[in-house]
Design a protein around this ligand. Structure first.
Ligand code: VL7
Length: 134
């Protein structure tokens, strides 16, 4: 049985989000607002289909995809760069590779106890976020 990430999750820690945003070229004013946010993720996992809705008081981002199938990602409201993205399982971790203008871009989700972990990568920057069930 694969891991089930379904649920509503609240951000409790956010290490080096600033470095990740700088690597993505997010401007200073936007970064100032973004780093104050405590986003929530609503994840729905149904077989190979996933939706991850990241919401905040400032911006929302919705991602829907099928595991193992490449898709176009527009990153609208984030850095707005288009990528070809692919999410696959690495044991119990969900790994996304985002091919585009930025090197080494992607993310990994996994569960540790009842916490949801997320590593966001761009170029030489790694942001580490932890979420707890709402
Ligand atoms: C999504 C933010 C910084 C712009 C606003 C910040 C708004 C709330 O891709 C992500 O998650 C994956 C895995 O769960 C699913 O899409 C991370 C937040 C990354 C990057 C860009 C700052 C402006 C944050 C939407």
């Amino acid at each position: 049985m694969p891991v089930d990430f379904s649920g509503t999750w609240n951000l409790v820690s956010n290490d080096n989000f600033e470095g990740y945003m700088v690597a993505l070229g997010i401007d200073f004013a936007t970064r100032k607002i973004a780093k104050m946010l405590k986003p929530q993720k609503v994840i729905k996992q149904d077989g190979d289909m996933l939706s991850i809705h990241t919401t905040s008081t400032f911006r929302d981002y919705m991602l829907q995809f099928k595991i193992g199938e490449e898709f176009e990602e527009d990153n609208k409201g984030l850095d707005n760069r288009k990528c070809k993205s692919l999410v696959t399982w690495d044991n119990d971790k969900l790994v996304c590779v985002q091919i585009g203008e930025k090197k080494n871009r992607g993310w990994t989700h996994w569960l540790e106890g009842d916490d949801l972990h997320l590593e966001l990568r761009c170029e030489n920057q790694v942001c580490k976020q932890v979420f707890k069930r709402a």
